[in-house]
Design a protein around this ligand. Structure first.
Ligand code: UT7
Length: 389
């Protein structure tokens, strides 16, 4: 049995910032309304060349530098996201390729805003059962691409970004201590993002278009989600602490999904603790769905809010409905990394891209030269064989 310790972390937010005042030019809202009702002042928006994959890669690369582990030693990559560019290839597989993590399995995990907590729990269990030693868990989103920019009830809430942690197995007790994961599919309609399986099957015509949704943008019943969130946030913190055999007084910091300051404050009231025990960065980062917890974690570390031996709770909630929490015994001090070391480590990703490109070229040349491996070529060969007979 191994303990999964967090040994590296990294996050990235796109440079482009959209303020509440900017939004007030798009929809009927105001900085005053948004800030008072949510605590959000601005959000980051991905540029044309940024995607969920590039953000996920950047966060993972930064986390690996902190961990001091080469990508070749990573055996599992999980990307929690609702905004993958492709159903397949997965975002995680593309990140695996960009990193040159040649010994890693990779998959995306869909649990909406709870995705990071779910993914952390999955990776920690893979480490605990010793099926992998090192894993990267990433939360990455480009929410701006799935928002209805005419819906003031949703477009004011979300932003883009990515955060990642590196987990390493060790026989020293600590790291991820307990998790609780829950779902209630009966509330699925409260917060939803349809997929785009809209192609009609030719022989069935229009009948094969099952989806009632016209657009693949987020829809949300804000009030209902608000009520659900305040309830499950406090409940899952209590639940996970009970599993870990800890009390709320043993917890130094709670890093919640960054949805709304009012949700967090009302959960604090239910738990009878000060809201200061919750780390919040949504004023500047907004709600980045599955990315919000790891981004907030990185900011909390930068702000010196975590120290060795602290117990920290991550708690997420969102579409599905899904919710969950994890308790982590924090046991690392941020290492000193020189800018030169950082740059040298990054050079390996240029090599990884070169290797990947060469593999693709090699595959294409192979397909042209050794045509008999292609299915249609095999068929032609077989037909030729029949004629000869
Ligand atoms: O990460 C996924 C989880 N998502 C969440 O956690 C979101 C949970 N829900 C919320 O955070 C809040 O429900 C919102 C911030 C979305 C909305 O705040 P609210 O206090 O629940 O507002 P409301 O929906 O009850 O609307 C109050 C009023 C309405 O006007 P009337 O009917 O009272 O005249 C809305 O039309 O505010 C109006 N309104 C707005 N006004 C200005 C709704 N959105 C806006 C807006 N700007 N952006």
């Amino acid at each position: 049995m191994k303990y999964a310790h967090i040994v590296g972390w990294g996050s990235v937010l796109p440079d482009k910032v959209l303020t509440n005042d900017d939004l007030a030019e798009l929809v009927d809202t105001s900085d005053e309304w948004i800030f008072r009702r949510t605590g959000i002042r601005q959000r980051h928006i991905a540029g044309p060349k940024e995607t969920t994959t590039t953000l996920a890669f950047e966060a993972a690369a930064r986390a690996l530098v902190v961990a001091g582990i080469p990508p070749s030693q990573i055996e599992m990559i999980i990307v929690a996201t609702s905004t993958q560019e492709h159903i397949f290839p997965s975002t995680a597989s593309r990140v695996q390729d960009f990193l040159g993590a040649t010994k890693a399995g990779a998959f995306d995990l869909g649990a909406a805003c709870s995705g990071f907590v779910y993914a952390l729990s999955m990776a920690a269990q893979a480490i605990a059962t010793e099926s992998v030693r090192n894993a990267i868990v990433i939360g990455a989103e480009t929410m701006s691409r799935v928002l209805d920019w005419e819906d003031r009830g949703t477009c004011i809430l979300f932003g883009d970004g990515a955060g990642a942690v590196v987990l390493q197995g060790s026989s020293i007790p600590g790291g991820v201590m307990a998790s609780t994961l829950r779902s209630d599919g009966s509330g699925g309609e409260m917060l939803s993002l349809p997929a785009v399986y809209q192609n009609p099957v030719p022989m069935l015509g229009k009948e094969s278009l099952h989806s009632r949704h016209k657009k693949n943008t987020i829809t949300m019943n804000g009030r209902q989600v608000f009520r659900f969130a305040t309830k499950v946030l406090s409940e899952s913190v209590e639940d996970v602490l009970e599993k870990a055999g800890l009390s709320i007084d043993d917890v130094s910091l709670i890093v919640p999904h960054q949805a709304n300051v009012r949700i967090i404050e009302s959960a604090a009231k239910r738990l009878k603790i000060s809201p200061d025990k919750f780390y919040m960065n949504l004023e500047t980062a907004s709600n980045t769905s599955a990315a919000s917890i790891p981004i907030a974690l990185c900011d909390a570390i930068k702000s010196n809010r975590l120290h060795p031996d602290d117990n920290v709770v991550f708690v997420g909630f969102g579409g599905g409905l899904t919710w969950g929490a994890t308790v982590v015994k924090w046991d690392v001090t941020p290492p000193e990394i020189s800018p030169l070391d950082r740059e040298l480590k990054r050079a390996r990703y240029i090599v990884a891209r070169g290797r990947s490109r060469l593999k693709q070229i090699g595959r294409n040349i192979g397909a042209r030269l050794g045509g008999s491996f292609a299915p249609d070529a095999t068929l032609k060969d077989a037909e030729k064989g029949r004629k000869v007979k």
